[in-house]
Design a protein around this ligand. Structure first.
Ligand code: ADP
Length: 398
């Protein structure tokens, strides 16, 4: 009786199911289909479902779940749900179903077992989920490819770093080894020019002067190469200490004065009064100033004017050194490349001065290493001003 009752209830539900595009099957305890309601042929789009067929034949996705199906049929388990079961219709379109299996009898009834199988068309959700899954898989593939590329890049970087280190240490060793014999050559040239080893006739003096100048240039190149290699390897260590930058600027100007005198250039030094101490490495600060002064002299014609200034910049809390000249200047279209390694402006080439384009690059790096800023202003034919700033030893003093 109760069995019939259930079937009647199912008939009532059929109307509702049809509207919702839902199908159902009822099986007996041996999973044999006893009743089918599937007007849209959701479960078996290409062949007609027949009563008496086995549920597993119609839904092979359930294979392997026989035990749980039996348990549901016996009321030991409540339900099983299988999502995204796909079926291809006569047109070749894929549909997605959700299959829910419950015991056939109502709770508390003790009639023979069997299953109630609800089939719901979830094609819209299924397609979205499939699309998401595909995107996710594509993303995973992309991530793998990216990982592989990253590994390749890390390996190349390592190789490159090794190469750079090798080159750097080669340049360091070569420059270091060249420096000593060059210094000796220069020392002997000095001694000979001072006639410490005997009197000289004029052609000998001229020859020795050229020899000493060439040794000086070579020493400058070698020293610059050594600095570049150290900077590149991050091996320049500054000994930072509070320093009277005004006094250092005066001392540097004194040292370079012969250079300006030889070219009949006027060097004016203006140091702001009561300058607080700057935080500097004295040797490297001297090198920065020296490079800017020698460039100012080199790229300014005879009788030119060079102004060396030291000012306290209240706003930024820095000490600013500037070297202004009224020399050849730098063409506007080349200014962006200034400071690039080995770059020389065409104005420098035009006056055929000697140079290799390393000094400015080193100077800028040294200023930045001090925590300062480095820049310039220039107009072709109208001179240049180079600026370097240094931090205050005690920033609260500014
Ligand atoms: P070098 O003087 O050996 O060429 P630097 O690195 O010191 O190398 O300078 C790079 C280039 O910058 C110079 O060749 C020159 O073209 C330009 N330059 C530097 N200082 C000045 C200056 N005061 N006036 C004009 N040009 C300058």
């Amino acid at each position: 009786m109760l069995h019939e009752q259930i079937l009647e209830d199912a008939d009532i539900l059929s109307v509702f199911f049809e509207e919702c595009n839902v199908a159902y099957l009822i099986t007996d305890e041996s999973l044999c289909i006893r009743r089918i309601y599937d007007p849209a042929r959701l479960l078996s789009p290409v062949s007609v479902l027949v009563e008496g067929a086995n549920l597993l034949q119609l839904a092979p996705e359930l294979f392997g779940n026989e035990q749980i199906l039996t348990d549901i049929s016996n009321g030991k388990e409540k339900r099983i749900q299988i999502d995204l079961v796909n079926r291809v219709d006569e047109n070749g379109d894929t549909h997605y179903l959700r299959i829910l299996l419950r015991p056939r009898f109502l709770k508390g009834d003790s009639i023979a077992g069997g299953l109630m199988c609800l089939i719901e068309d979830v094609t819209d959700v299924g397609r979205i989920q499939q699309g998401l899954m595909q995107s996710r898989n594509e993303l995973l593939l992309l991530r793998d490819a990216l990982d592989a590329k990253n590994r390749e890049l890390t390996a190349s970087n390592l190789e490159l770093r090794k190469q750079i280190e090798m080159n750097t240490s080669f340049v360091s060793i070569a420059a270091h080894e060249l420096r000593t014999p060059l210094a000796i050559i220069r020392g002997y040239a000095d001694m000979l020019l001072d006639e410490a080893l005997g009197g000289l006739v004029e052609p000998q003096r001229e020859g020795l002067t050229i020899l000493r100048e060439s040794a000086d240039r070579l020493l400058e190149i070698v020293t610059n190469l050594l600095d570049l290699a150290r900077l590149e390897a991050g091996r320049i260590e500054l000994v930072m200490q509070p320093l009277d930058l005004g006094a250092l600027v005066q001392a540097t100007a004194r040292e370079f004065r012969p250079l300006f005198q030889n070219a009949n250039q006027q060097l004016t030094v203006i140091i702001a009064p009561d300058l607080p101490a700057a935080l500097c490495d004295e040797t490297r600060a001297f090198q920065i100033l020296g490079n800017l002064l020698s460039n100012a002299s080199k790229y300014t014609p005879r009788d030119g004017q060079i102004d060396l200034r030291v000012d306290l910049m209240q706003e930024s809390g820095e000490i600013q050194v500037s070297v202004h000249d009224n020399g050849i200047g730098i063409p506007a279209d080349e200014q962006a490349r200034m400071g690039d390694l080995f770059f020389r402006a065409r104005t420098a080439d035009m006056i055929s001065t000697y140079g290799v384009g390393m000094g400015l690059n080193i100077t800028r790096s040294l200023v930045q290493l001090h925590g300062g800023r480095f820049w310039f202003e220039s107009e072709e034919g109208n001179g240049s001003t180079f600026y370097a700033t240094f931090l205050l030893a005690n920033p609260t003093e500014s």
